[in-house]
Write a protein that binds this ligand. Sequence first.
Ligand code: DCP
Ligand code: MG
Ligand code: MG
Length: 540
Amino acid sequence: MSTCPIIIALDWDAFYCSVEEHFNPELKKIAFAVQQKQIICTCNYVARAQGVKKLQLLVDAVKQFPDLVIVNGEDLSRYRDASKELWYFVREMVWGGKVERLGFDELFLDVTDMVDFNMTLLDNAHVAREFTRHSPHSVLSFFFRTSQQDPSMGFSCQLPSVAGNLATGSLPEDFTGDNLRLVLGSHLCHYIRSQILEIKGYTSSGGVSINKTLAKTAGATHKPNQQTVLFPEFAQDFLDRFDIGKIPWIGHKSKSIILDAIYKGTDGVNHDSDRTRDATVFNVRHVASKQLFTSSLGQSSGEKLWDLLHGVDSTTVQPTPDIPTQISIEDSFRSLTSIIEVQTVLRKLSNSLLDRMYIDLMDSNGDWLGHPQTARLSTRPRSTGYYGSRISRSDSLPSIVFSSSHSRDYIVDYLVDRCWMPLFSKLIGDTKTFDLVLLNVAVVNIDKAPAKTSDITSFFGKKHLVDNHVKDARREELVTKSGKGVGEHADLEPGLELPWQEDEDLIYEETSYRESCVVCGQRIMSFALEAHMRFHELVD
Ligand code: DCP
Ligand code: MG
Ligand code: MG
């Protein structure tokens, strides 16, 4: 009996552009790009056909494409709202709501139950007799049921034909068992994507396979408005041709660690330039070993990454909760050295944090859906570099943030003066001088609110008196062995760019989440940094 999961990965096409087009359909016909600070964070497919690239510097794009229309995308609220709406819509279609959000524009759907229920409806004798022969006469019209209760709900499809592209261009010999389940998954993926387009007006690219990594990787191969199925027997061949940096969750940092470990000579020196290092999955699998991975990346990260290169990913789809587990906002700098600068940044970050709390934690009646208990401030000293460890301190979150009777400015000042600055003093210790490259403010430990919570004083009366943040009661020292704070995934070993968590942050990070490129100094959204570094690899 087959047991492997059937996973669909969805990624909205040119997402920010699609949202803009939704509000202004005229844009559909023209080449346009969405700008955030000095970068084009995305562009529509009309623009891509002309050669405009995602993550191009604005100045270059405008010079190269003088007719390109630029839309300002600094305000993320519309994208966030659309992302949520699409997520809720998809969740309704998936049994048990097994849908995990990754960033704003990606979803993982575990449709195993839906597929297996429909497998039980298939005439097994027919399947066993006909579907192994590849006979054109063996086509079966099948009604895929999307409801267990209502037999009229569903859609028709032809079996064993596959809906969408094949990741390796080849069809399996055998269309029974897991392969047939994947075929059913491909039809379901097609149906879900069609519903999204018909009812919500958004196109997406989909991948269907037996785990999240394979589904996501497959889905990225045919875009826009297409889908791709990857059968397990072809998974290794499929992965082998990618650069390891293209495999989801293997970031720039992990890639360099792996390549350094492979190409380091016996004298401990790298003799090969980046360009001559063969970074294909095929090569890395053959010249490296699991032992080399674990010794360079740590036991757990090494094993996980080694498994990913072999198509093995046992992480399950974790349905995303309605309210986030934490909200964090950050900004990065070349060098932050004065208290005045720190205060200015903290004021700006506090404003963004409050915006985000209102959007993500408050319902349309103004009632709080979740109550963060803890405020956390993190930083990264310049001495540890742009990829260095963060250090964090945290304390109770002043309940004034939930107040509707104080002005925004008052709340922001209160937070800066009485929450963040005391935490900052603890962070930098006795030293009078500091040089920082990052500041992050976060609210964590978010409790789900009881049904009716508009009376904040009754809810917070016991735990969160307005002034309780200054109390010195048992403050956790949050710097751990690895230098990361609690909530910063302190238990992780270096190397694994922990995708799920990092991207969970992504959902809740603000536009200001930028880092400076160590090569050219440009300020780039941190999740774009890796792509940007690839750009350097190509041109330098
Ligand atoms: N985004 C961003 N900065 C980045 C990457 C993405 O601001 N470095 C934003 C803009 C994108 C959205 O996130 O619209 C989704 O990112 P994708 O990488 O999925 O890109 P698109 O959806 O725009 O295009 P595609 O059709 O290639 O998926
Ligand atoms: Mg996308
Ligand atoms: Mg995406």
